[in-house]
Design a protein. Structure first.
Lengths: 242, 242
DNA sequence: TCGTGCCAACTCGTCAGATGAGTTCAGGCT
DNA sequence: AGCCTGAACTCATCTGACGAGTTGGCACGA
């Protein structure tokens, strides 16, 4: 019984069981159909309570659910604000998964590899000149970095820049969501580097090669270079655990 | 200001702003450190309220947040139950994204391609004999299918089976999360097939090739076959929109 | 003794009313 | 004009209460 085969009866969509679920469904509808765009304020809790004929408390629960799912943002004294699609939900999922099972870190790395390799491929095809310039700047920052914090920051900007250059926002969001859980591992790995084999040069060369291939619009080459780079990263991460 | 550069002050982790955030943090802690495993029941709202010295209402909001994030499940009359890591949160994110921007569907398809190609590669390396048998059975079911519903169901089982055979649960969860939003598109595409070019044979052949490569432990070949298959899928999807 | 049905205790779902605290903006004072 | 202040909103939380679904044990009958 791994997957749910075929529930005979499930009027989920049509008939929310609880009143607060109905609130959630209602607000979702308003957001999804564009009645409220990103940045807009929702009606106040009191107003919604009147409109939907439930108590303010019930509205609060619904809004709270949406907030937990990253669809809206609430802050004291202000009305709830609809947020743009963002990576908080993904970040939350990935970090939860890893916190509950440390083994998930390697699996996550594997996924990142798959996605970023593809991103590099797409970037080679779709990157705009300004995006390429930006990548070059990040690379330069990595080269010039004297402390590992600056280095790592530039490194992450570089990778993030590639996902953006891929032109696929879903990829950007996914990689962004994975960044947090992976950062821990990355720092450890870097430490291993700086103490053991302080060969940051290799890392830089790998980045350079990726950028080169993207600039040359060589999709297959970019994918290959990225794959190689991430294989290195994974190896270092594994080593830092042994 | 795309990325948040460096907030000078952010005592987030250490000091939840609101009481209900504190409840969330507390319960998260209990779940993540293993005090409550999947399947366990949390204390009742009333009990938690006493323990944490807040009102039951505040506890409810916290629990509600966790429920929205898929960490626990609540049902009327029963205490909240901790859920195993599952794809609901991902499903929720992907379907939200697509509902808010239909263009995301193609982006999602692109991501699925990247991940499933990698999954096929891993599956060729890691699949166990029973898993391969299961894949063969799904393929047979597709061959025997007379109506498209059965066909699609077997198709999805086949793909799901490959992600499972990859041995990477994160991949399984991601693909599972994407399935729902993509199903709509897939059905449309199949319709196009059945009415226009009813060449289901090609589809079957592609699946057959993938399984063949996996059975032969040919990782690169499996990846290639999967890539080709998904390219076909994408083409059909695009066609069904034109 | 064993099975069955019913009731009491638990627990979640929702409501009403009330207080405190953060935000915003329009006026009024300097 | 610029700054200050206070009223109006709005979210955050609490207390107390009632209804409805779930569960386990106890009494009753076979």
């Amino acid at each position: 019984m791994a997957t749910t085969p075929a529930d005979p009866d499930r009027p989920e969509r049509t008939q929310p069981r609880t009143a607060s679920d109905a609130v959630v469904a209602h607000l979702e509808e308003l957001i999804f159909d564009g009645s409220y765009a990103a940045g807009d304020s929702l009606p106040s809790e009191a107003e919604l309570a009147i409109q939907l004929k439930v108590s303010r408390l019930t509205v609060r629960e619904g809004v709270r659910s949406l907030a937990a799912r990253g669809l809206v943002e609430v802050s004291h004294g202000r009305r709830p604000v609809v947020t743009a699609t963002n990576a908080t939900q993904l970040r939350d999922f990935f970090s939860s998964s890893v916190r509950r099972d440390a083994g998930g870190l390697l699996e996550l790395l594997e996924v990142r590899l798959a996605i970023e390799v593809h991103a590099a491929e797409l970037a080679a095809r779709n990157a705009t000149p300004p995006q390429i310039d930006s990548l070059a700047a990040d690379l330069q920052a990595m080269t010039d970095a004297t402390d590992e914090e600056t280095f790592t920051a530039a490194d992450m900007r570089f990778h993030h820049g590639i996902t953006e250059a891929s032109g696929n926002r879903m990829i950007s969001l996914l990689v962004e969501g994975m960044a947090d859980p992976l950062r821990v591992g990355r720092l450890k790995s870097l430490h291993g580097y700086l103490q053991g084999t302080p060969d940051l040069g290799d890392l830089l060369d790998e980045h350079r090669l990726i950028l080169e291939k993207i600039t040359a619009r060589d999709a297959a080459g970019a994918a290959r270079a990225m794959r190689k780079h991430l294989a290195t990263t994974r190896r270092d991460l594994l080593r830092s655990f042994g």
